[in-house]
Ligand binder design. Structure first.
Ligand SMILES: O=C(O)C(=O)C[C@]1(C(=O)O)C=C[C@@H](O)C=C1
Length: 364
């Protein structure tokens, strides 16, 4: 009886899969047509722009709005994310550099934002990601910018001071850390725990409680930590799922981050300006003259115009001792008339103002 029912359901699934297959193929052919149209309408010397983040955000939002379940909105959007990623790859295979090595959270962020049909290249340092994008060796780069527990990633902020980059997207990732061991690890004899400094900090209380006397060794990435543990018998690593799976490690303890809402925000950097979608964010760098009330003066225009600031960060400017630059993120697009007016007002008071980019708010 059960066998009969299962058989009938599987016949239905097969027939639905055939329809889905046909529809996906039709969609892919449509994307090929889009590519032809984009290429045909070019002026002399102009390059086609295949990747359209504003359109991708609209597609994913529409899917989420129309979804009636039983699959959740995020799950459904994730499936469409991958379909679109493959459609884009037919138009142009995107090359994306990220802070490596393979298995880092930054790689997971890159996949969450662009899907898996991109050609991704791990870089050894944040600055290298910036340089690879600046050199035109890849279309986009992915770098971490802030963590909800540990704050700003200062290497990324400093790199924005050195390179002319356009921010064209953001993605947020829940960060879950696990204590990982290899096949050879003697779990009762762990004397050393490897991880990236930020991850060690994010698990500080857990480590104090469970491994108070074990040496904590900061290495260049969580993936590097996982790699080291594979060959040692007395060490463990703190890293996430991607690294655990990549290096075949076992989870001795799961989700050991001190704060359950621990998440990291990543930025997509490139050279492409993104048009407004109606639900955007903008990132700017401003340097003010070193006088009392400078920060107040900078913030007043935002307040007066009801603009929602989502982040403000200070870094030394590197061009003069004790001068500072402010990294500010706010809601809106720099082409919106209100935002334009506010930026105009600020630039009259500022020593320098640079718009790093306006981009759709993260959908996924
Ligand atoms: O609409 C476009 O411009 C397309 O190229 C199609 C498409 C899609 O598959 O929906 C593919 C890539 C772009 O980044 C955005 C959307």
């Amino acid at each position: 009886m059960v066998e009969q029912e299962l058989k009938a359901l599987r016949v239905r699934i097969d027939s639905l899969d055939e329809k889905i297959l046909e529809l996906i193929s039709e969609r892919a052919r449509c994307a090929q047509e889009v590519a032809k149209v984009k290429t045909a309408s070019l002026a002399e010397g102009e390059k086609p722009v295949f990747y359209r983040p504003e359109r991708e955000a609209a597609v994913l939002k529409r899917v989420m709005e129309r979804n009636r379940g039983p699959l959740g909105n995020e799950e459904m959007a994730r499936l469409f994310r991958e379909i679109m990623s493959s459609c884009l790859a037919l138009e142009e295979p995107l090359k994306v550099a990220y802070l490596g090595p393979e298995g880092t959270f930054t790689q997971a962020a890159a996949m969450k934002h662009f899907g898996h049909a991109v050609v991704s290249r791990p870089m050894a340092a944040i600055d290298e990601v910036f340089r690879e994008v600046a050199a035109g060796a890849v279309n986009f780069g992915v770098v971490p910018v802030e963590n909800s527990t540990e704050g700003a990633v200062s290497h990324t902020l400093d790199s924005f001071l050195e390179h002319d980059m356009v921010i064209c997207g953001e993605v947020e990732l829940r960060i879950h850390h696990h204590l990982l061991v290899g096949e050879n690890t003697k779990t009762g004899s762990i004397t050393r725990i490897y991880s990236h400094a930020q991850s060690l900090a994010q698990c500080r209380k857990w480590l104090d409680a469970h491994y108070p006397n074990v040496e904590r060794v900061a290495v260049s990435s969580n993936a590097e930590a996982a790699k080291r543990v594979k060959g040692e018998w007395n060490s463990a690593a703190i890293a996430g799922d991607m690294a655990a799976n990549l290096y075949g490690l076992t989870r001795l303890a799961e989700k050991i981050e001190d704060r359950p809402d621990n998440s990291t925000r990543f930025l997509m950097i490139g050279s492409q300006e993104v048009p407004p979608t109606g639900d955007d964010k903008t990132s700017i760098i401003v340097s003010m003259s070193n006088k009392p009330g400078a920060l107040h003066e900078l913030l007043v225009p935002f307040h007066d115009n009801g603009i929602d600031l989502t982040r403000i960060e200070t870094r030394p400017s590197r061009s003069g001792k004790w001068t500072y630059v402010f990294f500010i993120d706010f809601v809106g697009h720099h082409r919106d008339p209100l935002i334009k007016a506010v930026l105009e007002q600020i630039s009259q008071e500022a020593v320098a103002l640079k718009v790093l980019g306006s981009y759709p708010k993260a959908v996924l």
